[in-house]
Design a protein. Structure first.
Length: 293
């Protein structure tokens, strides 16, 4: 594994604990990282009003091999996290209207985009496999995918299905190793490259499980699955707004739960009735609210 260097954090520290010359130099770099990555070391030294050897001493104190590595690290920082760097180039786009309208509009757009990417027949096919499975394994890694699989477990267990959710890598692999031909294993990944989810689906498929990926279609996770519900979310550039893709994934979860319930038929009604009965009696539960929510 390559050593991780967060050049931005290292430079921020130098603005307070470096020598006076290092502080000026670090401040100039952080003021415009894009400019610092593009221009020569002599230009950088001139702008910071320091000598070129000061630039070399700064890079050495940061644990870098030289000024060439400094520029490479700055360029990488821009590619990875440029949108989160304060500056004119990466300012949050201005938006008219209130926050409620702003978030609701992007949620609706994410749902609409998802609807245009997925064929209803594919959702029905996957729901059919879920309805026939004796055990269902759900795998997700990362914030949105982890939350989605937990939501899906909550929707499916009420139908009387045998569902297990794993969001930790080692547990995902261990659970997948218990698969057989009666198992459906479903992996969520917005990138399609979550290593532990890829491993889990590969292991589950090896032991006979039917594997389903919810991921971009041209990714490793999609390629190792029996079925793919393709979904690619394009970042919208709003750095303060939470990612809207989860709204689309919640629609998918509800669609799969809905179609699975329809395919199972009236037998699921007894399960739902028992849950409603138990909650209402034991917790003075309001019977008018949604079931189990």
């Amino acid at each position: 594994m390559n050593q991780q260097v967060d050049i931005i954090t290292l430079l921020k520290r130098k603005t307070s604990d470096g020598t006076p010359a290092e502080q000026r130099l670090a401040a100039v770099i952080l003021d415009d990282v894009s400019w610092a990555a593009r221009n020569s070391i002599s230009d950088l030294a001139r702008k910071a009003e320091v000598s070129e050897p000061t630039v070399s001493r700064l890079t050495a104190s940061l644990g870098l091999s030289g000024t060439k590595e400094l520029k490479l690290e700055l360029a990488q920082a821009l590619v990875i996290g440029g949108a989160y760097l304060a500056g004119k180039e990466y300012a949050e786009p201005n938006e008219d209207g209130d926050a409620l309208q702003f978030i609701a509009n992007y949620a609706a757009k994410a749902i609409h985009d998802f609807q245009s990417q997925v064929e209803p027949a594919l959702v029905d096919e996957v729901a059919g496999h879920i309805a026939r499975a004796k055990r269902i394994q759900l795998f997700g890694s990362g914030g949105i995918s982890s939350a989605t699989v937990q939501e899906m477990e909550f929707r499916l267990f009420r139908l009387g299905l045998n569902v297990v959710t794993q969001v930790e890598g080692r547990m995902q692999r261990m659970t997948a190793a218990l698969s057989d031909t009666d198992t459906v294993a479903i992996g969520f990944s917005l990138s399609g490259g979550a290593t532990s989810v890829i491993d889990a689906l590969s292991i589950a498929r090896q032991y006979g499980a039917r594997t389903i990926a919810i991921a971009p279609s041209d990714t490793q996770l999609a390629r190792i699955a029996n079925h793919v519900i393709p979904y690619r979310y394009i970042e919208d550039g709003h750095v303060y707004k939470p990612n809207s893709s989860r709204f689309a994934l919640m629609v998918l979860v509800d669609c799969l739960a809905y179609r699975t319930a329809q395919m199972l038929g009236p037998e699921v009604l007894e399960n739902l009735r028992r849950i409603k009965q138990t909650l209402t009696i034991s917790d003075a539960y309001d019977a008018s609210v949604p079931l189990g929510d």
